[in-house]
Design a protein around this ligand. Structure first.
Ligand code: SAM
Length: 289
């Protein structure tokens, strides 16, 4: 359900084609809803993103742009949104990008004069960051165990990185709070929680409620031995607000980007049809004292 999944089509091709690894030939995983803990989720998702990074970057690299900061499939751009604060004030700021993928957002931050560090769980995603290039550090680590000293950053950001995939988002939020300096801001986007009540389909079949919004059972894809190979976790809007506040942040804003008329692309279950009717993304703007 996050923008990594259900990517059915590639409307455009990337200007710099990734080198595609041969996919492993395995049976189709089974999709189910079942419990999945912190360790199982992290292990499954690291493997999934390593195996699927090439396809993700091929399908979405052009939409994301090599050095743009796009928050979501709706196409909301940090240039217009300024959720990290006024763009002209980013100069000289230390910024941690979490779940950076190919680090497109970090490259945009460099252009504004900021000093980003791009962190991701997936080695293959970071290889794509290297392929595109840029003079900033890349760090392979789990967002729940950040390898940085307390108070290392002025800002942190995450465009659909880590938070939709972790079993306990409070572990990530507390870690981000720890590495931020006093007054620091963390902005993160996730699948809008209401989307979990609908099938993850871009067409009309994605417009009828098919599951309980209140069912927090994770979405799991598992192999024939029952081993998770992909996991996504659902939190209601209230859960997300409580996670933010109990982790020591103030919630400054909750942005629900509307689907703009210029955006005619589909991204998995995100489409103009659904985007004009129901929210697809929730962006949390949080600050620590
Ligand atoms: C949907 S992609 C988003 C990537 C990038 N922000 C973008 O907009 O293209 C999610 C990313 O989160 C990373 N990720 C998932 N779980 C993570 C975790 N626990 N810690 C750090 N990164 C994680 C994945 O490897 C993947 O690169």
């Amino acid at each position: 359900m996050a923008p990594g999944k259900g990517c059915t089509e590639s409307p455009q091709t990337s200007t710099r084609e990734p080198v595609i690894q041969e996919p492993e030939t395995t049976a189709e995983p089974e999709a189910t809803r079942r419990a999945a803990g912190v360790t199982e989720s992290a292990r499954a998702n690291r493997g999934w993103w390593d195996r699927n990074a090439d396809e993700y970057q091929t399908e979405h690299g052009t939409f994301l742009g090599d050095d743009r900061f796009v928050w979501c499939p709706e196409g909301l751009d940090e240039v217009e949104a300024e959720l990290l604060g006024p763009t002209e004030e980013l100069k000289g700021k230390d910024v941690l990008e979490i779940g950076a993928g190919a680090a497109q957002c970090s490259r945009w931050l460099v252009r504004q004069g900021a000093r980003p560090v791009a962190l991701d769980l997936s080695h293959r995603q970071l290889q794509h960051a290297l392929r595109i290039g840029g003079a900033f550090p890349l760090v392979q680590a789990d967002a729940a165990v950040l390898p940085f000293a307390d108070g290392s950053f002025d800002l942190a950001c995450s465009a659909y990185g880590a938070l939709p995939f972790v079993a306990d988002p409070r572990l990530v939020l507390r870690e981000v709070r720890r590495v931020l300096r006093p007054g620091g801001r963390f902005v993160f986007s996730v699948t809008h929680p209401v989307r979990w009540a609908f099938p993850d389909e871009p067409g009309p079949e994605g417009l009828s409620v098919s599951a309980s919004y209140f069912d927090r059972t994770p979405y799991v894809e598992q192999d024939e031995e029952g081993l998770a190979v992909y996991v996504e976790h659902h939190r209601t809007l209230g859960d997300r607000v409580r996670d933010v506040v109990t982790s020591g942040f103030r919630l400054v804003d909750l942005v629900e980007p509307e689907w703009p008329d210029w955006n005619t692309s589909e991204w998995g279950g995100w489409s103009p049809l659904r985007g004009h009717l129901i929210p697809g993304t929730a962006i949390f703007v949080c600050e620590r004292d």
